[in-house]
Write a protein that binds this ligand. Structure first.
Ligand code: 15L
Length: 277
């Protein structure tokens, strides 16, 4: 019998200075013992070994990817922006990342996709009370250039899986903050702790055969009000532990309930569906 492959331990974390990156650079080593290589265009205080470079620096990316077991790719613009900016940071940047992963022989990428890749998807009739949820197989319906860049990233991941054998888990992240900031986020919240649980599962799980090397999941907690299916996340062993409901009374007392006509209630991507740049 051949020995089991060693557990992935050395991980390149791009976007390490950002909101989600800051949660993860503390929790991934503490909870699972990962040895992180940090990459961001902004310097990170207290991390002298972090690589400070933009995603357009292909030499720095190539060097950063050398010898790692997996890459968690969070870097890029995380909100709507002019197309030229999205093109550079998110589209070309993600392309550069996959080229570096391929050159360095990296086996697994975890791609921070977003709910905004399917942002114009409408809430199913009566959800969440009806129990209807939207599966990850729903049609791509980006709500912004930002969401469009996440569609590109997911399709690039699919190409690199089929053509070059690089596996990806694309996580369509909901709202990853310490606590929900809006009423919509009671549906879409991903707690920081569930975020590191999902990232760990995405790095380590064997992917189901039907994914053909590219597995897509929604990144949310076990929210009472959720209407995005967690089935594909559970397929890779993710079991969310948190529920935004503990914040519901406080958030609703402050901001009031949403009406069914409100884009924040009606659409996956909420107010992003109304944004223009
Ligand atoms: C995202 O993709 C954004 O990066 C984040 O800032 C939130 O707005 C989040 O989606 C959301 O939909 O709440």
């Amino acid at each position: 019998m051949s020995p089991a492959p060693a557990a992935p331990r050395t991980v390149l974390l791009t976007g390490a200075a950002g909101g989600v990156g800051s949660f993860l650079r503390a929790s991934l080593p503490a909870e699972y013992g990962y040895d992180l290589r940090l990459f961001d265009q902004a310097p990170i205080e207290g991390e002298p070994e972090a690589i400070t470079a933009p995603l357009s620096d292909t030499a720095a990316l190539r060097k950063a990817a050398e010898g790692v077991d997996a890459i968690v790719h969070l870097a890029g613009i995380s909100v709507e922006a002019p197309f030229a900016d999205i093109l550079g940071a998110n589209i070309e940047g993600t392309y550069n990342l996959y080229k570096a992963a391929r050159a360095a022989g990296v086996r697994r990428v975890v791609f921070a996709s977003s709910n905004h890749a399917v942002g114009f998807t409408e809430r199913p009739e009566g959800a969440p009370e009806s129990g209807a949820t939207v599966p990850v197989e729903t049609r791509l319906r980006p709500d912004t250039y930002y969401g469009l860049s996440k569609c590109f990233g997911e399709n690039l991941a699919s190409l690199y899986a089929d053509k070059h054998g690089i596996e990806t888990v694309s996580i369509r992240i909901g709202s990853c903050f310490a606590k929900p900031r809006t009423v919509r986020m009671l549906d879409t919240w991903l707690s920081p702790a569930d975020c590191h649980r999902l990232i760990h599962a995405s790095i380590t799980a064997e992917l189901p055969a039907h994914s053909h090397g590219h597995h897509v999941v929604y990144g949310i907690s076990a929210n009472t009000r959720a209407w995005w299916s967690l089935d594909s996340a559970r397929e890779i062993g993710f079991e969310p532990q948190d529920d935004s409901e503990v914040f519901a009374a406080e958030v609703i007392a402050e901001l009031g309930e949403l009406t069914p006509e409100d884009p924040e209630y009606r659409y996956f991507g909420g107010a992003f569906t109304q944004q223009q740049v």
